[in-house]
Ligand binder design. Structure first.
Ligand SMILES: Cc1ncc(COP(=O)(O)O)c(C=O)c1O
Length: 458
């Protein structure tokens, strides 16, 4: 069969529906793309339609698709030693752990490898609970840290937590993120005195300091709305964690590896957590890998006590060899600097677009980690998703301008992300994107915003 054909797409879609468990909420009549080819920042569906990918697949292919560097590294490792039991050490695993100790901030120094961001986060909270001999983890409402039971409970995202029948661990508590555009406390920075950070202190005291193991968050919380915290926020959180003797865990699954204009997002604020977790950009999707890195005091503790945890594929030689090649690529190509430069350009262009597209309420981000919040009205900040619509109506592009926009933008050839149930767009293209490709994507974005405004008289 040809690489591209309508017939091929139809067959694959039918088979997908018959044989794959459907993820999240299916929308009958609106099938996912069947992707058959990827190159740089472009992808093709089975019909041969070309898309510009503004979200690096699932925010992970920072170096673009079809890059020979990780492919050759994986092939070589497959030839040399494809797999070794986690009961043994293997060379790429040791070299990668050493490299991470060198490039992560301050005294973060020892790594446990898993296969995904979810597993890295599971390891992080388990290590924290064992270290502190305390069960509770505090994190942000509306955050996402993975889909296993523990991560559904740690993440405060309603889509995950409110599905009927799920077990939710009550030990995991939540506070509001520093979402200044829509402050849940109706305060304004800086007069607020970082009230939202102080709320962590209050929560720890109410829960009982000795029962809390850690506070866990993304440095820029993506699911809560690409929330870039105000200056001083992370410094104050670090102080509170130290004062209360609880651990601080940063989930850098999305923000790590040059995405925000620094190798790791925590570097923007000079704040060093006790634990960091990585996945996505560590291998850029060429093979799966997750990593949890801990600091010296925790390493000393677990060197003595051991950590009762393992996976068959912990420290997989092919994944670790690929990650080493990818990290080398970030460094040689100076991709963190490139993300900062291209991100600044894209941010300026998006802010300029606000003069022409009244439904852009806010543009925020760091490097090529960007969010655009769409609103019905800039003054009232009313969401583009009408609040009177029920769950099914929200999926109807004739009733929900946000659904219309997201369908149309894809038809127009641009792939964007959105935060579930909100009118927040995620834009996180590969760090190798050119200025011309950014312009091309922004032109499709603006055209689709104009179509949406026209259709709904906005
Ligand atoms: C911030 C964050 N943490 C954890 C995860 C889970 O990672 P994975 O899907 O690799 O398990 C994700 C996935 O999107 C994420 O964005």
């Amino acid at each position: 069969m040809n690489q591209f054909s309508e017939k091929k797409e139809e067959k694959l879609l039918n088979d997908a529906k018959a044989y794959l468990v459907q993820r999240w909420e299916p929308r009958p009549g609106h099938e996912p793309i069947v992707m058959v080819k990827g190159e740089g920042v472009h992808m093709w569906d089975a019909k041969g339609k070309k898309y510009l990918d503004f979200i690096s697949q699932l925010y992970n292919v920072h170096i673009g698709m079809g890059n020979r560097v990780p492919i050759e590294a994986a092939k070589k490792q497959l030839d040399d030693l494809a797999y070794a039991s986690p009961s043994y050490y293997n060379e790429p695993q040791i070299e990668l752990a050493k490299k991470l100790a060198q490039i992560t901030p301050d005294d973060l120094c020892q790594t446990f490898f898993g296969n995904s961001g979810t597993e890295a986060n599971e390891v992080a909270i388990k290590l924290a609970q064992l270290y502190r001999e305390a069960p509770k983890i505090i994190s942000f409402w509306d955050a996402y840290h993975g889909s296993t039971y523990a991560m559904v409970s740690v993440g405060g995202s309603a889509r995950n937590r409110q599905a009927k029948g799920l077990s939710i661990f009550e030990e995991f508590k939540h506070i509001a993120s520093p979402y200044c555009y829509r402050c849940p406390y109706k305060k304004t920075y800086p007069e607020c005195g970082l009230f939202c950070a102080e709320f962590l202190k209050y929560t720890i005291e109410k829960e009982g300091e000795n029962t809390v193991a850690a506070f866990m968050a993304e440095p820029i919380c993506s699911w809560a709305g690409q929330v870039v915290p105000p200056d001083g926020y992370w410094k104050r959180i670090r102080e509170i964690c130290d004062e209360k003797n609880i651990l601080m865990i940063f989930d850098e699954v999305m923000t790590g590896f040059a995405r925000t204009g620094k190798m790791f997002a925590c570097e923007h604020w000079g704040v060093v957590p006790d634990v960091e977790t990585y996945a996505k950009g560590i291998t850029c999707g060429y093979v799966p890998l997750g990593a949890c890195v801990i600091n010296k005091k925790m390493a000393d503790h677990f060197n003595e006590k051991g950590f009762p945890h393992s996976y068959t594929y912990s420290g997989h030689a092919v994944s670790c060899a690929t990650a080493l090649a990818v990290i080398d690529y970030y460094e040689k190509e100076k991709l963190a600097d490139r993300a900062a430069k291209m991100g600044a350009y894209m941010m300026d262009e998006l802010r300029g677009m606000m003069d022409r597209a009244a439904i852009i309420g806010d543009v925020r981000g760091l490097g090529l980690f960007m969010g655009v919040e769409l609103v019905k009205d800039r003054d009232s900040k009313e969401s583009l998703v009408p609040k009177e619509l029920d769950k099914d109506e929200k999926k109807d592009p004739e009733k929900n301008p946000m659904q219309y926009f997201t369908d149309r933008v894809k038809e127009n050839g641009l792939v964007l992300g959105s935060s579930w149930g909100t009118s927040i767009l995620r834009m996180m293209p590969a760090l190798i994107i050119t200025k011309e490709q950014i312009d091309e994507g922004l032109q499709i974005l603006e055209q689709t915003l104009t179509e949406t405004m026209k259709k709904f008289n906005l």
